[in-house]
Design a binder for this molecule. Structure first.
Ligand code: ADP
Length: 384
């Protein structure tokens, strides 16, 4: 793209003599012309620049990419150096490779020296935090929670994407009322849809609807690769991933393939669902993904006529289970026919009922999720 081209041709950098002093803005502008290898993204929007400073006659740039390959890091460092030198010939350029922001729960990091279960997990270019929504079994409202959590994060001012990774029952487009299919760019990359102000991509757009469900698990690795490299996500603070229900190999593959900031486990109050939720929490723990908390869905039925509350499936189970597992309890969402009707007609609660008690609960949950995950990332330090 023309706007991403360096302002000067690199073949003649030696002839360029500039007396101007670099400023944080001018350095950042130049860094925006450097792409991360294999992606369309520049290193500033990817959040890789951890620090820009001017120390005497030296421009210092600290790069902190997640899971960088040595080749990619070196190529980027060389590119940064040559572009800065072309613009500011009289200044030295010092490039430092620093650690990316720490994971949200350092206490859950594996002991030093042990291989990280995330070592082959990939970040998604342009996406700051990936949060998975999982459940021990189907039908507990996992997709409903994923959609409304995403919309609540959007309401809190974040840029949000939703990735429907439920290969067995990709229902998010339906829940969000998306009827079109995504477009494909000339470079063969899929452009996520934009629905209710959030980006949306679904496995349902990629899997053959006629493919038997039993074939879909083994296809996951291929599909995930397509999601990681073949989808043109616009910049997002959060990507909410709706996982397939359960704790089998398919779920584990998905969890391990992407670098997750955390996971939310959805359950209903029945004993069996709670048992499954515990299993889901253990799955995330096993692969070192911080469990941000449990959401209990369909916890209480509020009679639409008289307002009386009935705990159809028992009371306080989610709370107790979260306490027993030592993970936060994020909130209870009532069983409300309006939620189901909204889902069936592509009108998710948080988008269409901004003042409802359920929306307020989703906003509280989103606040907790944002706080927990964002605590880990620090902004770029600029010292000039
Ligand atoms: P899962 O993703 O766990 O399979 P879904 O989100 O698809 O579950 O929800 C299953 C069904 O329950 C859907 O018809 C949905 O509209 C409905 N549902 C989910 N949460 C609620 C709720 N709190 N109140 C009423 N219906 C709900």
């Amino acid at each position: 793209m023309a706007k991403d081209k360096p302002r000067r041709r690199r073949s003649k950098p030696a002839k360029v003599v500039r007396a101007d002093k670099p400023t944080p803005e001018s350095v950042e502008k130049i860094l925006r012309t450097v792409r991360w290898p294999g992606t369309e993204r520049d290193i500033v929007s990817l959040g890789i620049i951890r620090e820009i400073s001017l120390q005497g006659c030296t421009i210092h740039v600290a790069l902190g990419a997640r899971d960088p390959s040595p080749e990619a890091s070196q190529a980027v460092a060389e590119e940064v150096r040559s572009r800065l030198k072309a613009e500011y010939e009289k200044f030295a350029v010092d490039i430092e490779h620093v650690a990316p922001p720490p994971p949200p729960h350092p206490q859950q990091a594996p002991p030093q020296g042990s291989p990280s279960p995330h070592s082959h997990a990939q970040a998604i270019p342009g996406v700051r935090h990936i949060v998975a929504v999982g459940s021990g079994k189907g039908g507990v409202g996992k997709s409903t929670v994923a959609v409304n959590l995403a919309l609540a994060l959007k309401k809190l001012g974040r840029r949000v994407g939703v990735m429907d990774a439920d290969v067995y029952g990709p229902s998010i487009p339906l829940l969000m009322g998306a009827s079109e299919r995504p477009k494909v760019t000339a470079r063969n990359r899929i452009v996520p849809l934009e629905v209710h102000g959030v980006q949306l991509m679904s496995m349902g757009f990629l899997v053959d609807e006629d493919a038997p469900v039993i074939w879909r698990g083994p296809m996951v690795m291929k599909l995930i690769q397509q999601f990681l490299v073949g989808v043109e996500w616009r910049e997002a603070d959060f990507l909410v991933v709706d996982l397939p229900p359960g704790t089998g190999d398919t779920q584990l593959t998905l969890v391990q393939s992407t670098r997750l900031s955390g996971a939310v486990v959805v359950t209903t109050p029945q004993d069996l669902a709670l048992l499954d939720a515990a299993r889901a929490a253990q799955m995330f723990n096993k692969v070192d993904v911080p469990v941000l908390g449990i959401v209990e869905n369909m916890s209480v039925f509020v009679c639409p006529r008289c307002g009386e509350e009935s705990h159809i499936f028992g009371q306080g189970g989610g709370h107790r289970e979260a306490e027993r597992l030592g993970i936060p309890f994020l909130g209870e969402i009532p069983l409300n026919p309006a939620i189901r009707e909204g889902s069936d007609t592509g009108r998710p609660t948080v988008a269409v009922e901004p003042e409802s008690p359920e929306t307020k609960i989703f906003l509280k949950i989103a606040e907790r999720v944002a706080k927990e995950t964002e605590a880990a990332s620090e902004p770029t330090r600029v010292t000039f």
